[in-house]
Write a protein of this length. Structure first.
Length: 116
């Protein structure tokens, strides 16, 4: 059974930084892609950033220049460095693993709260 464990969330003041981590176990040797999604209060879930095995990355416009996604050497770990956080970044952040054509494996989520 696949388990994806996120960590690193918390409460931070606007302008501050956090680093999220996610480690997957029980899944494929290496996911085709891994990503971070988030769901803010009263909002739909949205993709924040993704990274393929090739190293290609994608960022939502709202986080470009502030967030950075990376993968660990083991292949099934992924990180999200979040700098210059804003109140609108407040959300539950989920990591996800892409296999068989879609993001199928999900973590339980970690809360990020940005205060003014």
């Amino acid at each position: 059974q696949v388990q994806m464990e996120e960590s690193g969330g918390g409460l931070v003041q606007a302008g501050g930084s956090l680093r999220l981590s996610c480690a997957a176990s029980g899944g494929p040797l290496s996911y085709y892609a891994m990503a971070w999604f988030r769901q803010g209060p009263g909002k739909e879930r949205e993709i924040v950033a993704s990274i393929r095995l090739s190293g290609d990355t994608y960022y939502a416009d709202s986080v470009k220049g502030r967030f950075s996604i990376s993968r660990g050497k083991t292949g099934n770990t992924v990180y999200l460095q979040m700098n210059n956080l804003k109140r609108e970044d407040t959300a539950v952040y989920y990591c996800a693993g892409h296999r068989s054509g879609d993001y199928r494996d999900w973590g339980q989520g970690t809360q990020v709260t940005v205060s003014s």
